[in-house]
Design a binder for this molecule. Structure first.
Ligand SMILES: [Fe+2]
Length: 103
């Protein structure tokens, strides 16, 4: 798949999303899923190590790596928001709905 380079104005205008950025948005969504799968993998290993009373140092390192994966999710969400501002608006809307529930 050939992807055209985007200019800064194209990134911020939002109007080219449907034609030019949709493929990027799909790829970013896949990368975000990959990061969550990695996080799930670390969580499983960490829990197993805790259950087996493994070295806390080893667990600490894995937890640090897992935290980095969470940061990657945040970074990718920011990139996705630049490519598709609607995605950020939809996430913000979900946060607002959740806030209403827990008021
Ligand atoms: Fe990552």
């Amino acid at each position: 798949m050939k992807i055209n380079k985007l200019t800064e104005s194209e990134l911020t205008s939002g109007k080219v999303l449907s034609e030019k950025n949709a493929a990027f948005a799909d790829m970013l969504s896949t990368l975000i899923i990959d990061e969550w799968e990695a996080i799930n993998g670390y969580q499983g290993v960490i829990q197993s190590m805790k259950n087996m009373k493994m070295s806390q140092k080893v667990i600490d390192i894995l937890q640090s790596i897992m935290a980095e994966e969470h940061a990657h999710v945040g970074e990718l969400h920011k990139v996705l928001a630049l490519i598709n501002p609607d995605s950020e608006a939809q996430i913000d809307h979900g946060k607002e709905e959740a806030e209403e529930i827990i008021k």
